[in-house]
Design a protein around this ligand. Structure first.
Ligand code: FE
Length: 339
């Protein structure tokens, strides 16, 4: 008899748990470092009482993981950098369409997916950093002109496996076509001061110590070094200057950090709530103040280093094109000998 009561009790407890609403939570797979997103998530939790669980890792690993997990994935949101990766996740059917007036109104069309599967949350530009001691700013114009023989052996840039470079080349394909971009890439490679190695910060440091005179980097690395408070980083960054490429043409190459709600999200409503929070003025100002990225909302004013750098002309191609031309870009860089 005791055994029957015990079994019934367990069964009833189990049944009650089944009926209870799940805890208010949102689970994120994030390819951004924790420090670059966590403070915003904490603010969101404080405001809404929704718990946000963050798992950080590599974008490509998360894309694979979502594919393998399928319906069983605990993730509601995939957060990553670079439009090409978001396009890849969409093409693999990992996101779902999100109809949010807030997101559609705040984020310009070219910074979100045509079917609303992904949304840009912050902007970054791939800029030229140069040594003012060895380079006249007047000699710089746009990305295309970096293939000029006057830059032979003077340029540093990281490897072609890096998605920032792949997206820059994809944008060149959009503007110039494959053939012209390939001729450019071949000459650019001849202008490298060394085999590509290291991250964007390493390229800035290489300019500072005279390994090269010019580097291609994302704007927030330079801003972050200038503001780091670390003597070596600050002094390296101070030995360089930023140049906005293509200001008299189509502008500087732009990319995003962005986000999509997973196809099998179990907390879709709360996930959308979080996305909508991330485009509020408060969150967008944080991106600019803390991460040195630009807001996707053109009404948000820049502060600090970004304000000092001033306004610039940015390439206004639809960012889905970076994903569309990614494999062409990768193959082209390989043919050009860009290691
Ligand atoms: Fe980065």
């Amino acid at each position: 008899m005791n055994k029957i009561i015990k079994t019934a009790y367990i069964f009833i407890v189990f049944f009650i748990f089944q009926q209870l609403p799940s805890a208010a939570e949102v689970n994120i797979y994030s390819a951004r470092k924790e420090a670059l997103i966590k403070p915003l998530l904490v603010k969101f939790s404080e405001k809404t009482g929704i718990e946000v669980n963050l798992i950080t890792g590599k974008a490509d690993t998360f894309i694979k993981r979502l594919e393998i997990e399928g319906k069983n994935t605990p993730a509601d949101i995939l957060l990553t950098v670079d439009a090409a990766r978001l396009v890849r996740a969409k093409e693999k059917g990992l996101f779902q369409e999100i109809n949010s007036e807030v997101l559609n109104k705040t984020i310009p069309e070219r910074l979100r997916d045509i079917n609303n599967h992904w949304f840009g949350l912050s902007l970054r530009s791939r800029v030229i950093v140069f040594s003012p001691e060895r380079v006249e700013a007047e000699d710089l114009t746009d990305y295309m002109s970096l293939s000029d023989t006057k830059w032979r052996g003077r340029i540093c840039v990281r490897s072609s496996s890096n998605i920032y470079n792949q997206s820059l080349v994809a944008s060149m394909i959009v503007h110039y076509g494959i053939d012209e971009t390939e001729i450019w890439a071949k000459s650019l490679v001849k202008n490298f001061a060394r085999q590509p190695k290291g991250g964007d910060r390493d390229q800035i440091k290489a300019v500072a110590i005279g390994v090269c005179d010019i580097a291609l980097v994302n704007n927030y690395y330079l801003a972050g070094m200038l503001d780091s408070g670390q003597e070596d980083e600050v002094s390296s960054a101070m030995k360089t200057k930023l140049f906005w490429p293509g200001q008299d043409k189509y502008g500087a190459h732009i990319n995003i950090s962005g986000v999509g709600v997973t196809k099998h999200s179990k907390n879709k409503k709360r996930a959308i709530q979080l996305l909508e929070y991330l485009v509020t003025n408060e969150a967008q100002e944080w991106y600019s103040n803390v991460n040195y990225e630009y807001s996707v909302n053109p009404k948000i004013k820049n502060t600090g280093v970004l304000e000092r750098w001033g306004a610039f002309v940015s390439d206004n191609i639809n960012l889905s094109l970076l994903g569309k031309h990614n494999s062409d870009a990768v193959l082209l860089m390989d043919r050009a000998g860009w290691k």
